[in-house]
Design a protein around this ligand. Sequence first.
Ligand code: PLP
Length: 398
Amino acid sequence: MPMKKRRLSHLPPTAVPITSNDLLAGLRSSKETLEQFRIALASYFGISGDACRLASSGRTALYCLFQGLKARRPARTQVVMPAYTCPAVARVVVDLELQPIFVDLVPETMCYEPDGLEAVVGEQTLAVVLVHPFGIPLAVGETIALAHEADAVVIEDAAQAMGARWDGQPVGTRGDFGLFSLGPGKPISTGGGGITVANDAQATAVLDSGWTHLPEPSNLVSVTAWMRQAAFQLAFQPRGFWAATKMGLHRVGNHESSWGYTVQGLTAMQAGVGLALLPRLDAINAQRRRKARKLQEALGRSPNLRSIFVAEKAEPIFLRYPLLAASEEERESLYEALWAAGMGVGRLYEKSLPAIYKPGTQASFPGAETIARRLLTLPTHHNVTGDDIINVKVVASA
Ligand SMILES: Cc1ncc(COP(=O)(O)O)c(C=O)c1O
């Protein structure tokens, strides 16, 4: 079967179906919109309004959360996190003069190596971060038990997983805290933005102290953020993304300079867009799941590609569809073939976190290194067509 290459069009790796009405809702916002968005989110997650806080990005929300945790437990200086995840998460930890402690992952499940976690969680541990990768919910029970035994907290990093559930319960609401991102390409996007939720009264008190000094954004920041979102919306259309790839703009997020963040609040305009999108989150995610199922069928039992394990109780949203290629060479050749056909395939983070942050231990991280070398992600969004899925089938069976 021949490939059907896209012409003057390239699928982005992720996308959200944002309409001009959603953007207009941002322009019509007022100061009260921020509070309305916060309450609407809390109701979506099934928590009290008080337990939900907003910030200008997921990184900022995490920064404020760590500030609150640090103030409460100044003697604890270590944050345990996966050896393969978004490098900006470790950057926030380092910025606060905390020490990231990396734990290896099992590539087939993206879960912590159980022995690895047990070996590092202890008296110095402030928090354990558990990431739900690509919108696939992971089990949290054992991690919570281990962390609580050491009197540390668990932060569920659901930046890529808003709307995913475990046994019917939204991810991010099972650990002590949950983190979500409203950045470009996330489950719903306001062009930038972050949310932290707390799951009991004690954890809510931590948010109170972490958010005390968060500056409000100026009018200029508000307007710039709205324009940025409008520009992203164009760039995340297949024609816009094609133009962006010609200018090399699709590589911007890979660079360390893009990991920085500003410590300030979310703007009312962004909250207005978020408030317009939130009622459609479940429908947008259901659509992603349907595409993921079609991709899975198209891939069949390809000997060169393996899907990531999804537990029975997990209801994933598949922000991207992740695969592990049999080798780095295989990954590269699949990447090249699908990219040439106009598919927004991704390699995600090119290095493990220990390779970037050089923790100075003798420990090795073979699972994380394997993921960095062999991971390939496929888009699942509304712009993926039947022809794109046929292309995946052709490439996978070649
Ligand atoms: C797993 C994970 N955590 C945290 C973040 C940070 O979110 P933000 O980009 O909103 O700062 C990201 C962003 O890509 C992420 O993928």
